[in-house]
Write a protein that binds this ligand. Structure first.
Ligand code: 4AD
Ligand code: MG
Length: 468
């Protein structure tokens, strides 16, 4: 076959160089046609759109064309011509075809008919070849670029915080343990506790649940930073919004207070949504048609809204009123209760019909590092609540006072001797500061209109699921 430089299908479809010879390579979506002429739709992942290859059957013979079935991989040299059919600008009249790999139709699980998302999860190694997952993973890439661009343009520095850590930032006891101890032969001390001094790090270690504590150290030197990396939580919650391994974006800014933090969160999310509309419209239009008919409308709607800022105490009043008026929730509503997703979504979807930033939560239900309000009861926490998602961001202004922070950590059972380095920032040049964490996959749920978080990460990790 003549060596011609490959053109990506995204560029072929935009090209107006009719009459020239091009090379495309990709995976066959379908082959159909008559005894005289066949049409192969080819996709190479560069765009949701396929290019149509027109094949004169007599030239190659049916035997040659037979193994070119759905899923096969081919390389085609051909002449770019203006398409006769509707909806496409350009198609290719094949001159040379090379078959890289067949995909036996009796074994290849992706056939023309639509498959359920549940089934596709079982073949996560092949699902990126479907239109829906191709679109999702292209959008995932663009959202990562949006995040870096947003912070870079505003003078934030990207900090790499450790994946392996000995401190449980959220104090929720959801850390996966990292050990090289022989589990068949664990040494215990006289109290029956495992002796971690002989473990790899000389102490108990685990996978990070948040990069925040180290992020704060960096913010107290570089001023404004963000982290963006894999995060692990061994919470046994089999919900459509929880993963055991997910990606979190965590900005942290010296001298910011809670109001600045809220504004940053609102600007940041809107920037990401606008970026998706500007860079991923083909894929979003596809998802709007096939997955969620209100997707584009919802994205534009959120861009136009000023997010409501609402203290927790006011939120509880609204929920209590709803209960008094006959609305039923699965979990009880009272001041001090941790809000469940049903409560968050009631506020956002039923009451305000707009994203809500809930602030000033009771200190007992939030983390030890949050700045305490003068009322002695609440902390300067903020959760950003979104339609269809619930909590998309969790953050706070941080307690910068050494005494208050140490005391609150002890009250909450956080072992302060393990975080001496964190407390040191409050001993040496402490300052007000604030930050938050955005769940990357929750943002992707919102931007793609998908309903299950397992469908916006290439290879989901959830309880009892670590395939691929
Ligand atoms: O609210 P969280 O637990 O906050 C923190 O970890 C803080 N240290 C962040 C900070 O202030 N720097 O988690 C932040 C966000 C949540 O709002 C949610 O979007 C996401 O992370 N998240 C999860 N996403 C998927 N699966 C899980 N199991 C998640 N847990 C939290
Ligand atoms: Mg949270």
């Amino acid at each position: 076959m003549e060596a011609i430089k490959r053109t990506k299908i995204v560029d072929v479809l935009k090209s107006k160089a009719f009459g020239t010879t091009v090379n495309v390579k990709g995976w066959v979506r379908t082959r159909r046609g008559s005894k005289q002429v066949n049409f192969i739709t080819l996709n190479d992942g560069s765009t949701i759109h396929n290019v149509q290859i027109v094949v004169d059957v007599e030239t190659w013979g049916e035997e040659f064309l037979k193994p070119i079935t759905t899923g096969a991989c081919i390389s085609v040299n051909g002449i770019l011509v203006e398409s006769q059919g509707q909806g496409q600008e350009a198609e290719i009249q094949a001159r040379e075809i090379q078959l890289y790999g067949t995909a036996d139709s009796s074994a290849y699980p992706l056939q023309k008919k639509g498959h359920s998302f549940e089934f596709l999860r079982e073949i996560a190694h092949l699902r990126p070849r479907t239109n829906t997952f191709g679109a999702i993973f292209r959008i995932r890439h663009h959202m990562a670029i949006a995040i870096h661009t947003f912070f870079h343009d505003r003078g934030f520095f990207y900090v790499h915080t450790p994946v392996i850590t000995a401190s449980d930032c959220e104090g929720a006891g959801q850390m996966f343990q990292v050990t090289t101890l022989n589990l068949y032969d664990l040494k215990k001390n006289e109290k029956g506790a495992i002796d971690y001094s002989t473990d790899f790090f000389g102490k108990q270690a685990g996978l990070t649940v948040s990069g925040q504590l180290e992020g704060e150290l960096a913010a107290m030197a570089l001023g404004a930073i963000y982290t963006f990396g894999p995060t692990f939580r061994a919470e046994n919650s089999n919900t459509p919004r929880h993963l055991a391994e997910f990606w979190m974006v965590e900005p942290e800014v010296a001298f910011n207070e809670i109001a600045d933090n809220m504004q940053l969160a609102e600007d940041f999310i809107k920037y990401c949504i606008q970026w998706a509309l500007d860079h991923c419209m083909d894929d979003i239009q596809f998802l709007n048609k096939m997955v969620d008919k209100e997707l584009i409308e919802r994205l534009n709607f959120v861009l136009k809204q000023d997010f409501i800022r609402l203290p927790y105490t006011e939120g509880i009043k609204i929920l209590e009123e709803a209960v008094a008026n006959g609305h039923t929730f699965e979990y009880p509503v009272f001041w001090g209760a941790d809000l469940a997703s049903e409560h968050e979504r009631y506020l956002v979807e039923n009451h305000f019909k707009c994203p809500v930033i809930l602030t000033d939560y009771p200190k007992e239900i939030k983390s030890f590092y949050m700045k305490q309000n003068d009322d002695g009861k609440t902390v300067r926490a903020m959760d950003v609540l979104f339609p269809k998602i619930g909590e998309i961001i969790g953050g706070s202004q941080r307690e910068e006072d050494f005494e208050k922070l140490s005391l609150h950590a002890k009250e909450m059972g956080v072992p302060t001797k393990d975080i001496w380095w964190y407390l040191d920032t409050r001993r040496f040049g402490t300052a007000p500061h604030a930050g938050f964490g955005l769940g990357f996959e929750r943002l992707l749920l919102f931007v793609t209109g998908m309903a299950n978080i397992r469908d916006v990460i290439p290879f989901p990790r959830t309880p009892n699921n670590c395939e691929f």
